[in-house]
Write a protein that binds this ligand. Sequence first.
Ligand SMILES: Nc1nc2c(ncn2[C@@H]2O[C@H](COP(=O)(O)OP(=O)(O)OP(=O)(O)O)[C@@H](O)[C@H]2O)c(=O)[nH]1
Length: 657
Amino acid sequence: MPRYISRGMEQKDDTTRPPDADDRLEAGAPRRRYRLVTPLSLVIALGCIVAVAGLWLVTLQRVAFEREQAVASAMQSNANLAIAFEQQVFRTLKAAEQVAAFVREQYLQQGTDIDLRDWVERGVIREPMFTIISVVNEQGDIVSSSQETGAVNYSDRAFFKALRASERDDLFVSEPVLGRVSGQWRIPMALRIVSEGGRFGGVVVMSVDPTNFTDFYRQADLGAQGLLELTGLDGVVRGRKAGGQISFGADARGLPWFQHRAQDPEGELIDDAGAVDGVPRVLSYRSMAGYPLMVTVGSASDEVLAPVMQRRVEYFALAAGASVALLCFGALLIVVLARQRAVADALASSEGLFRATFHQAATGIAHITPEGRILRANDKFCRMLGYSLEELRQRDLFALSDEGEREALRRFLARRLVAHSPVFSPEMEKAYRRKDGGLLWVYEALGLVKDAQGHPDFLVVVTQDISARKELEMRLSHDVLHDALTGLSNRVMFHDRLARVLETARRHGRHAAVLYVDLDGFKSVNDQWGHAAGDLLLQQVARRLEDCVRAEDTVARLGGDEFGIVLATIERADHCEVVAGKVLSVMEQPFVLEGAVAHISASVGAALYPRHGTDADALLAQADAAMYAAKQSGKNRFSIDTALSPLAEGGVAGLSG
Ligand SMILES: Nc1nc2c(ncn2[C@@H]2O[C@H](COP(=O)(O)OP(=O)(O)OP(=O)(O)O)[C@@H](O)[C@H]2O)c(=O)[nH]1
């Protein structure tokens, strides 16, 4: 029967799971440092940096692209506005030229009678864009004017000089002048009068308010810092509105678009320096058809690029956020991989440790399922049981155990699997049946390994071979009860058997008997052939006595050349005499010893239960006394009731009496 041994304390649940890195660390092993700098982590870091660089490259390219798009769009828009502005200026100049031509025609027909004030009052000439229109004769004196001017001579004015010096017949647009009386800026526009004979006959001149041109700024919606400019090819600005500032007569020769126009009559450019007022602008300019003028339309770069700048902030914020996230992800990945690697290393080391412990252990180790099936076993376990690993895997722990222990093992396993009690022992002594049929005694410890859910996963069986100790124990216990020379039961065992037989006989109302056998002349065997020969004879006597009785009877050596026999059951009174007769008979047979043949006999005394006693001591004393009587009466005979048996005198004392 297996012997279960309480250890007092059962392992806690968390110690039954497989060891992990933390267990190893807790066990005092040196803590592994995470190695962050590895080729893989460098690749990850480099990858993240490249990704961040790529992200910013794309972001910057996107911003640059949108900036270019915005500038191109502004240029296109300004080019369209320049066309519109040119058309408006053109219509204004054409209208002025038509009025001037009409007045010139009337002057040539009516001469000095022409009354321009009357015409204006009557609405004959009605053009809100000019403030005054006059006819000036070839000396520069005013012939007629729409307003009272007093005696003014225009011969020193630029338009008068220019038209007098040329033969051109188109409207001369003079540079702006500041009215001496009004204090207002005006642009004189004049048409040459040719009198009879093709001579210079004076000019029709009108003063145009230059804000007629700059008002287009409002329609054009050029923003707070836009620019609108009408410039003469002579380099003098006829009218300009830059932001909120209106100016007239400025020098345009240093402006980049004026200089560009010399190569290209129309075009676009970016004025980063802010040539007019320090405000950088995106500009489009055009040369006017039919007039020595150019128009320029510009938008402030800041206003053009404001949406782009707004989006740039958003793009940069997004890129910065993505960069931080990417770098954090990379860093996290490196740390996680390093930790995983450390865990994998620890696991590999732990597995190595387990493998070394498992396969090189001096004890047998096996893993079994909760049902007892063997999953794996180390070499020692295989050698102990004499099976190969494959053969073990086809068996379970019960099939391997000695037959008498299977049920107890089954109960133990079942209790072990459900046990929560900390006092329940996981260790036991038990016997396996080896492949060669031999018995293998082991001291076995059972450890339970649970899965992640806390359910029994498998059991670890650690087995220590204690067969040698068991054999010694059994031999010692055998020796205590047996005679070392003959292997028969000794006096102690004889008493025990006799007591049991008497108990059984008492229970069942049967008869039993005790025979006391003492050899006759044994001493002479010792004396003649030596002690060893005497030992040999005693052993042969033992075998012969065993052959005289049944299996349930007991033959014992009570000491020296004395033997006892317990006859467990005697149905008839003469049964005892029959056995005694057999004993006397076998003792008379010669004993073949080493190099000699001995002849002895025996004296036999008997006691019957219950006639001669009811306990072992009484019966044995009675049998001893009877034997003594037989010995006294001449040996080689049987005695009962301390009287000589009839065998000695030719018969056996009857039991019935
Ligand atoms: N060889 C051997 N001799 C033993 C052993 N135990 C006792 N003897 C001897 O057995 C003898 C027993 O003595 P006795 O019973 O007087 O010898 P005996 O010749 O049989 O005498 P009777 O019984 O009167 O016939 C002694 O000489 C003991 O030394 C033993 O284990 N081996």
